[in-house]
Design a binder for this molecule. Structure first.
Ligand code: FAD
Length: 207
């Protein structure tokens, strides 16, 4: 935690927006209905937008003779979803999308709900200005903020992007090599004077 955190940087954080998500796992007795990894469901017949056939990833994920589905439902102030009714809504959605039959409701052996506060960083018109202020403030203090919610950029926040952001941040710091996945705000070079200045700031902070 950075204390005191200046009002200008605090005000900028109000330009960052994110969605939340309800992840529901459903364990069912019987053979998995699909050999796929996952499927997207844009239709309104289900609350979830994606189902992952999790037990297809490893025989150790579900007991023999069972399969495990993992569903993802996003929510926000613009799209409220009831947490209390989510399991029933998901099971109805599994039937509506014909992943399971109505009769298989009786074969459900377990359900699990995981409420994820930071689900997707949502791109908005005020985002880039906010990030300019925040990233410049952090870098001035020797902090490289990268990754899904570290960079807060949806378009470079998948697993592969996030890993490369970390790799490239270290290359920038140690080898002075420009980052490519994540791009610095124009003000950075002027404000911090490049990786040598950040290394100095880190050393001064005992890092
Ligand atoms: C629902 C969902 C579906 C996704 N699907 C895909 C997909 O299909 N394909 C894909 O490529 N990517 C997918 N992603 C994105 C993927 O999960 C991220 O890109 C990746 O995990 C980001 O890595 P990260 O290191 O930036 O953050 P994380 O993996 O979130 O790691 C951050 C870590 O920091 C820890 N942490 C937080 N605060 C503190 C603190 N104060 N002190 C110490 N530790 C702390 C957290 O506990 C966490 O372990 C999905 C993400 C979500 C939420």
């Amino acid at each position: 935690m950075i204390k005191p955190f200046p009002e200008s940087a605090m005000a900028a954080t109000r330009g960052l927006h994110n969605s939340h998500g309800l992840v529901v796992g459903v364990g069912i007795k019987g053979p998995c209905p699909s050999p796929k990894c996952w499927t997207y469901f844009p239709e309104s017949s289900s609350p979830f937008y994606r189902v992952t056939f999790l037990s297809n990833y490893s025989p150790n994920i579900a007991p023999p003779g069972h399969f495990l589905l993992l569903t993802e439902t996003s929510y926000s102030e613009h799209k409220p979803v009831s947490r209390s009714g989510i399991v029933d809504a998901v099971v109805d959605g599994l039937v509506a999308t014909r992943l399971i039959t109505d009769r298989q409701r009786a074969d459900i052996v377990s359900t699990h709900v995981f409420d994820v506060e930071y689900f997707y960083p949502v791109p908005t018109l005020d985002r880039d200005g906010a990030l300019d202020t925040i990233q410049t403030y952090l870098l001035d203090r020797g902090i490289l903020s990268r990754g899904r919610f570290g960079a807060w950029k949806y378009e470079i926040s998948n697993m592969d992007h996030s890993v490369m952001q970390g790799v490239e941040a270290v290359d920038w710091l140690l080898l002075d090599k420009a980052e490519e996945t994540w791009r610095p705000p124009a003000r950075h070079a002027v404000t911090v004077g490049g990786p040598a200045a950040v290394r100095q700031a880190l050393a001064a902070a005992g890092g």
